[in-house]
Design a binder for this molecule. Structure first.
Ligand code: MRU
Length: 337
């Protein structure tokens, strides 16, 4: 009998120890290391250091972080602020912390143990709902793509990692791909390397291979060449923040892939949960873009030196794809065009 594979998950709540367990994504694909975290300070550091990453997962972990703060009877305002400041672009972080704040406001007369239980229950719900949202948007996205492409086998490009490793499970962009693969409609996924942190090669390629989905890795400067040679039928990516007009922030390099796709008439899609939509911002110009440590540019994984010293570096973590380059955005609630 074939052995059933374990579903990929990057975070879990340990019921016995009442702590958070995180898969250390910095170590992938070389080794699978699990880290146990019992306080929000370490959790905030883990988000900042990118032990975990991906917009929905950042939000989920921050919610668990608030549960840890409650368990240890720590100051909620300080914990909320520390978690909020970890990564500025992924709005799921602020969204999840706002949800927890609402629980705290509604529980002000309860004893600490009750507040802890309520926050933990909410954090688990945020986690579970994200998993369900991923599955729903994946169905919606796959249906749309099937309709549009006439159910042929597809060659799909993606950038960064928007998979189970970046969410409560299943994934957004990779969820749609997973769904298409279930119906035998994926010929090949082209995963852009995603310098400087290589989420595409280290995480997406690993995750797809784990799932048995055919994957070819590309470096980031190959998108135009591949599209010119008609190797790509569509592009699908995740998002860290989508503004009211449909502009979408995602990993640096996404915007140039979208421009190249437009030039070659390749449809470009975004898949993201409602928690990624920031209706308070009118356009993508207003999205705060995280500036990351420049050591990511002059080394690979902090080790191998890849650039001469004594020059300046510029390292924005995200860019914004304007809505006119996006054919459709898939969410669990439906399709935005
Ligand atoms: O810096 P990261 O690895 O957190 O960036 C992640 C991305 O850009 C993802 O594409 C995005 O968060 C969507 S995850 C479903």
């Amino acid at each position: 009998m074939q052995k059933l594979k374990k579903n990929l998950e990057a975070i879990s709540w340990d019921e016995d120890k009442e702590i958070v367990r995180l898969l250390d994504q910095r170590d992938l694909p070389y080794k699978e290391t699990w880290i146990e975290i019992d306080n929000y300070h370490d959790l905030a550091k883990a988000i900042k250091d990118m032990v975990l990453r991906g917009a929905p997962l950042i939000g989920i972990s921050a919610a668990y972080g608030m549960a840890l703060a409650a368990k240890k009877n720590e100051d909620f305002c300080v914990a909320d602020q520390a978690l909020r400041e970890t990564r500025p672009t992924a709005v799921n972080l602020m969204w999840a912390l706002d949800q927890i704040q609402a629980v705290i406001q509604g529980s002000s007369l309860d004893d600490n143990k009750t507040i802890y239980q309520k926050i933990l229950t909410k954090a688990k719900a945020i986690h579970q709902e994200d998993l369900e949202a991923c599955k729903k948007m994946s169905e919606i996205g796959a249906e749309y793509i099937k309709e549009k492409t006439g159910k042929k086998k597809l060659r799909i490009m993606t950038h960064c990692n928007a998979g189970a490793l970046a969410t409560g499970g299943y994934g957004t962009a990779l969820g749609v791909i997973r769904k298409l693969h279930e119906e035998d409609l994926v010929e090949m996924v082209y995963s852009n390397e995603t310098r400087p942190r290589q989420q595409g090669s280290r995480l997406t390629a690993w995750e797809l291979a784990y799932e048995g989905i055919p994957v070819t890795m590309l470096s980031d400067n190959m998108a135009a060449h591949c599209m010119k040679h008609k190797m790509i039928d569509l592009v699908i990516v995740g998002a860290d923040r989508i503004t009211a007009n449909g502009d979408a922030a995602n990993k640096i390099g996404t915007y140039q892939v979208a421009i190249v796709a437009k030039h070659h008439d390749v449809p470009f899609f975004v898949a993201a949960p409602e928690s990624t939509i920031d209706r308070s911002l009118a356009s993508g110009d207003l999205i705060p873009i995280e500036q990351r440590n420049v050591s990511e540019l002059h080394t690979i994984n902090g080790d191998l030196v890849t650039a001469s010293s004594g020059v300046d570096f510029f390292n924005p973590g995200f860019d914004v794809t304007p809505n006119e380059l996006i054919e459709a955005i898939f969410t669990e609630k439906g399709i935005f065009k």
